[in-house]
Design a binder for this molecule. Structure first.
Ligand SMILES: C[S@@+](CC[C@H](N)C(=O)[O-])C[C@H]1O[C@@H](n2cnc3c(N)ncnc32)[C@H](O)[C@@H]1O
Length: 308
């Protein structure tokens, strides 16, 4: 297993995703002799996981079953242990496209945080690109390094423990793209410019508050960045539901049949006095938006460093 290429079979040391249902899954490190408890009973790694195919339905000790899924950055984002606030796939998708990331891209990022975005960047730039990620919080940086090694992507990423606003990214004129998710991104814009290739590149800064955006845009302008735009991306999720609607009985037609047409009504006094006449219902499938949707996460400010 590696986060950058698919493997068919569950192996010792893999990070697999145990899927119990929508909104209910968790990661598990596969180990010989390992046991994982679920609400459907225990999963025994040696007999139930190792050697089985990813996507398999695994029966737990109480007879219930789960699916074992191959880990992707998107699943990891939904399952990782939060050390910080993280970016989710909706924002990540726009970031990846607007930064023009592709295999071979060199990217600088700060802060690493919980490495949700880092995993997505690494998958996109593999197998020849590189991510330089800066995190000034020692334990967070160490945990990220540990995870990158566990997920077999350590060779594609360098983690530096320093203050990006004071010391920058530790590389000069190498990056195709820079991403900032820190409280004061405007203080890192000069360092981002230095890290970007001489011939130019793209930058993105994520900030929850508009005041942060204003300061960042001013700093971008001062440093000669162009094409400065700020966007927000909002996801609306729909459930597919069968809807039943009662057809109103607006009265009886002349031949005595129930009518639903507005112009067929010959409503007698008798009908008007019998409100319990059977009513027809119509059923249809429809997409229904969830009652609650994810609101504001942050503003995404993009800009370009040009050669001239
Ligand atoms: C919101 S988290 C980043 C989350 C990350 N984008 C993800 O998807 O998991 C911000 C991180 O930036 C780090 N940070 C804040 N200011 C920094 C600075 N000046 N230099 C380096 N790291 C910084 C914090 O320690 C924190 O871990």
């Amino acid at each position: 297993m590696s986060f950058i290429e698919y493997g068919d079979t569950i192996k010792e040391g893999d990070t697999a995703i145990v899927f119990l249902g929508h909104e209910s899954m968790f990661p598990v490190k596969v180990q010989p002799g390992g046991k994982t408890q679920t609400k459907y009973g225990v999963i025994r790694h040696s007999t139930d996981l190792i050697g089985k195919k990813y996507g398999s339905k695994v029966t737990c000790s109480k007879g219930g079953w789960v699916y074992i899924l191959y880990p992707t950055p998107e699943l990891w984002t939904l399952n990782l242990r939060h050390r910080t606030q993280i970016l989710y796939s909706t924002d990540i998708s726009l970031i990846t496209m607007m930064l023009e990331l592709k295999p071979g891209s060199i990217v600088c990022e700060s802060g690493t945080g919980s490495a949700s975005l880092s995993h997505a960047i690494i998958r996109t730039i593999a197998p020849t690109g590189h991510l330089y990620t800066v995190e000034f919080h020692q334990q967070r940086a160490e945990k990220a390094i540990e995870e990158f090694e566990e997920h077999k992507v350590g060779h594609l990423v360098t983690v530096k423990t320093q203050d990006v606003c004071k010391n920058g990214f530790g590389v000069t004129n190498v990056a195709d793209a820079v991403f900032l998710d820190i409280p004061s991104p405007w203080e890192a814009v000069g360092h981002a410019k230095l890290a970007l290739k001489h011939e130019g590149g793209r930058i993105c800064s994520f900030s929850p508050c508009i005041e942060q955006v204003q300061r960042t845009c001013l700093a971008l302008e001062e440093h000669g960045f162009t094409e400065i735009t700020t966007s927000e991306i909002l996801l609306r999720v729909y459930n597919v539901r069968t809807i039943s609607l009662q057809i109103p009985d607006l009265g009886k037609t002349a031949d005595g049949n129930s009518s639903t047409g507005v112009d067929g009504g010959n409503l007698s006094n008798e009908d008007a006095l019998c409100p319990n006449l059977p009513q027809e219902t119509v059923q249809f499938k429809s997409g229904v938006p969830l009652k609650e949707m994810v609101g504001h996460t942050g503003y995404l400010t993009f800009a370009t460093k040009n050669l001239f």
